[in-house]
Ligand binder design. Structure first.
Ligand code: G6P
Length: 449
């Protein structure tokens, strides 16, 4: 039954993105009757939680709302009777991401937050934690929806569906929204005037664009993008795609496709950053420090402009709209990670895909897409298999599966180098990989080389 007032919990509440989330709720105050917002973090995130949490309180007060904003380190207390739980935590904080980027790069291999070896390790660290959260939710708020933004968002969503046996989960990402906003601008239209059909996996989707007359305007958008020469995302270095290849796809790729279509060129850019101690995570660490200094100002009562330097900008707005759409059964179309259920014919029925979906009170209903062209199918099937194996490795702590995932990931060279890299990363992240404890001990003792 629809509740009169709702309780929303955000795990990883001390994140620098929180002001955007609060702004998103305030924008929707007439549709979303919030009673309580709980921002949860861990001991290491306490200082950040207090700084950003106090800014959240000032924002709510300035908006003249009676919402209670609670800051806590007690996740279970927060989850009790929640209606919506959003997750935006980073296991091991930015230092773990720095390792995910720098260790592969030190071997001349791509190191990225959600792609390649780094992305797989982020999954290894995150999946056990999300499954713990889901266990708590089943006990304390079994009817709540879980809105996940924690990366790798697609794999985390699939882990919850398959291994958490929890159906009320939706994965979110800001990449599709960014495409919709920038591409409608290129056409001089409002996003509502266009229909975007997205299909693929999180950070590996393609899309088509249609206008109000139903005409396919994808190639028009494509040509405008080719002549605009800039990156869609703050966090992805701009290297132009090969125009002939993209035209052949007849769909628009996302920014992350550069890692697969232009692997060596992206690697060279990353190596330059590596040499300067300026990988993306190292840069973000500096941006974060600046943001939190800004957030400390007691006179600040709104989201500061500087937050747009982060790659995830607009994500929170998507999270708020998703909650709004579920709560009010708005049936709006959004791009989410959800169970495929046959919408993408080339991918397993029960896996998570990122696809345009109608958001109802019962969650996302994915729009049928059908089949990909061979060029897309080949990549997306390998990547989905890699994701499935990575998730299994994250759940079981099985070394063979981890090695298998490394071996088939197109961004990790196979052979001895894959094994060396895997072992080095397992040891480097051991604090956050309890499921691999025995394997890591063997590596450290020299029993596993
Ligand atoms: C994009 C992705 C997010 C990712 C973010 C990184 O927006 O969609 O999944 O977390 O970029 O941005 P950052 O500023 O942390 O590099």
């Amino acid at each position: 039954m629809k509740k009169d007032r709702i309780k929303i919990v955000t795990i990883g509440g001390g994140s620098s993105y929180t002001p955007e989330l609060i702004e998103g709720y305030i924008k929707r105050k007439d549709e979303l009757p919030i009673r309580e917002i709980w921002l949860v973090d861990i001991e290491e995130g306490k200082e950040k939680l207090e700084i950003v949490g106090n800014l959240a309180k000032r924002m709510v007060e300035k908006a003249g709302l009676d919402w209670e904003v609670h800051l806590t380190l007690d996740r279970r207390e927060a989850l009790k009777d929640a209606d919506f739980v959003s997750t935006q935590f980073r296991v091991g904080l930015l230092d773990a991401r720095i390792k995910d980027e720098r260790i592969p790069l030190s071997h001349g291999i791509l190191g990225q937050e959600t792609n390649g070896a780094g992305g797989m390790f982020k999954a290894f660290r995150t999946i056990p934690v999300i499954l713990d959260i889901v266990n708590d939710m089943k006990e304390l708020c079994p009817d709540a929806w879980l809105v996940n933004f924690t990366n790798p968002s697609g794999m985390v969503t699939e882990a919850v569906l398959k291994y958490g046996n929890f159906e009320k989960v939706v994965g979110l990402c800001n990449v599709p929204i960014n495409h919709m906003m920038s591409e409608s601008k290129l056409l001089g239209k409002d996003p509502e005037e266009l229909y975007f059909q997205f299909a693929g996996l999180n950070h590996l989707h393609w899309h088509k664009v249609y206008d109000k007359e139903g005409d396919d305007v994808t190639s028009l958008v494509m040509e405008k993008i080719f002549s605009s020469e800039n990156s869609e995302m703050e966090n992805i270095k701009f290297i132009p795609f090969f125009q002939e290849q993209i035209r052949d796809l007849e769909m628009l790729p996302c920014g992350y496709h550069r890692y697969y279509y232009l692997t060596n060129d992206m690697l060279q850019k990353e190596l330059e950053e590596f040499e300067k101690n300026a990988t993306r995570a190292e840069t973000v660490k500096k941006v974060e420090a600046e943001l939190f200094e800004i957030y400390k100002n007691p006179d600040l009562k709104e989201k500061p402009e500087q937050l747009s330097q982060r790659g995830g900008t607009h994500y929170s707005d998507a999270a708020c709209e998703l909650i709004n759409s579920i709560y009010n059964d708005k049936r709006s179309t959004m791009v989410v990670s959800t169970r495929n259920n046959g919408a993408l014919a080339d991918l397993p029925y029960d896996c998570a895909v990122e696809v345009s979906s109608i958001i109802t009170a019962g969650g996302p209903r994915p729009n049928n897409f059908g089949k990909f062209k061979p060029a897309q199918r080949g990549l997306v099937q390998v990547m989905k298999a890699m994701e499935e194996i990575t998730i299994e490795a994250a759940v079981t702590g099985d070394y063979g599966k981890a090695l298998q995932a490394f071996t088939i990931n197109p961004l990790v060279p196979s052979g001895d180098i894959a094994r060396t890299l895997l072992n080095e990363m397992l040891v480097a992240h051991k604090k956050h990989l309890p499921q691999f404890k025995e394997v890591i001990e063997k590596i450290e003792n020299g029993e596993l080389k």
